[in-house]
Write a new protein. Sequence first.
Length: 321
Amino acid sequence: MLKRNRLASAVVVSTVLLSSSVASGQPYPNRPIRLVTSAVGGSTDFAARLVATGLSASLGQQIIVDNRGGGVVGIEIAAKAAPDGYTLFYAGSLLWLLPLLQDHVPYDTLRDFVPVSLVVDSPNIVLVHPGVAAKSVKDLIALAKSRPGALNYGSGGAGSSGHLAAELFKAMAGVELTRIPFKGTGPALAAIISGEIQILMGSSGGTTPHIKSGRVRALAITSARRSGLFPDLPTVGESGVPGYEYGQTSGLFAPAKTPAAIVNKLSQETGKVIKMPDLKEKFAAGGGDVEGGTPQEFLAKIKSEIARLGKVIKEARIRAE
């Protein structure tokens, strides 16, 4: 009886080992993938769903978007997931900037995640009210230096895109501007149209109709190179502030310790799908330039942003609200 039990146990163990061996030899992916995101609506959620659609077709497996709403719940879920390539995370720059803006964040971006691919960069546009006597960034800098603190700019909450873009501009251009906070980008845009504020680092997607109508004047774009969205608009860097660069970037991540082979495969496939004409057009409609690139390039960009913006955040004493 004892021999039979041992024999049966040996058969079970052998079967399990064989099944595991076969499963591990299957090409990745061989089942649906969960794509976690913490964004509720907006550009990051929009981008995550476009990426999921593209990768589903490219990889031949369903990509299920798991939107966990605002906050850090989704971040924690993704960080603690098994590093097997079947749970991914889509996030914007707040993922690596929040630890600079807030104490006691329950994750470490560089420790808990491995960057897969930068997906999209949504630059801001330096806007002024038509009544401001500045036709270029150089004009604006000269005007601000002649009247320190007299010009004001609007932004959403502390640490928002418009806030950080403006504070980076102040630091690099050596000018003093007064911040007028608003509850969101919509009210700030309405304020510059009405003349309540003079300057706004507006989103490239939401401000286009107002630029075309003449309600606001666009001086420059905040990306490092000219954008396909506004090819005739100079960058801030070429308009008097060398080295200036700011954009709302977002991309794909995997939990730390995910095998390099899986990360590289996902990176290559992501780079292919986001540059397909139909997806590229949809990203552009949302105000974003598609990027792509290797995991190493994405990591380098994140580290660069942490260093550059971390300095600005510390010196301006910006804390998340």
